[in-house]
Design a protein around this ligand. Sequence first.
Ligand code: MG
Length: 279
Amino acid sequence: MKNCLIVLTLLAAVAARAQTPTPPPAPKPGNIEVVINGVAGFQDTPLQPDGKWHVHDPARPQPPIVTPGNFSQLTPPPSDALVLFDGSGLSQWRDKDGKPAPWKVEDGVMVSAKSDIVTTNQFGDIQLHLEFREPTPPKESGQGRGNSGIYFMGLYEIQVLDCYINKTYADGATGGIYGQHPALANACRPPGEWQTYDIIFNVPHFGEKGEVTSPAYVTVFHNGVVTQNHQAFRGATNWKSPGKYSPHGPTGPIALQYHNNSVSFRNIWVRPVPVVNEP
Ligand code: MG
């Protein structure tokens, strides 16, 4: 009898539970897209270290629009530059597994496709020149319009995006350090026109215990307009992350991002640049 009562009690408990509606799972942080002033982004992502804005915060002020002049288009490489693309092929590039780069070369231009590509060479402190062209007519909006990117050491991204009459969260716009520092200006040309990046990148340095003794720095000219002025990276760039350093060696490859859009590139070269002249 006692056992029978226990069984009945258990059955009643199971039945009661079955009738209780299961609450919907709580959304994970960083999963709720919000639109503010026509800008899609996130406000449930981590705060930037200065505590003012969330990563990819749509309320963060947009970079002021500056109409660029003409600057460095088709500039011939200096005599000591290593040419990474001159229109003739992808010999300087591989995919991340070391296989031939899957991008297309058409009419002396390379077009992003299938996966990110990385240089076969490793670099430390460098000056980089690169030209890109956004697809026209433009498709989609925000981060979906002409997205690519330049990763220094394969880790630190300067954004490539079509931000010509296309708003996105400020820390994800062209000329910005992705997810960290918006560009000082929006100097985008219209899609279909060639644009230039001239960038100086300094590698980060780490101490014996892996601590950052000097962050990575970057100075960026986009179409001749400074968009980063010796700006420190807060670490490797990532979606929905404020940036984090993990110790690594003194050199790394340059990577170009494939982000489901066909972005064209031409005239890419680098020069190693010491931070300080040896006397
Ligand atoms: Mg990108």
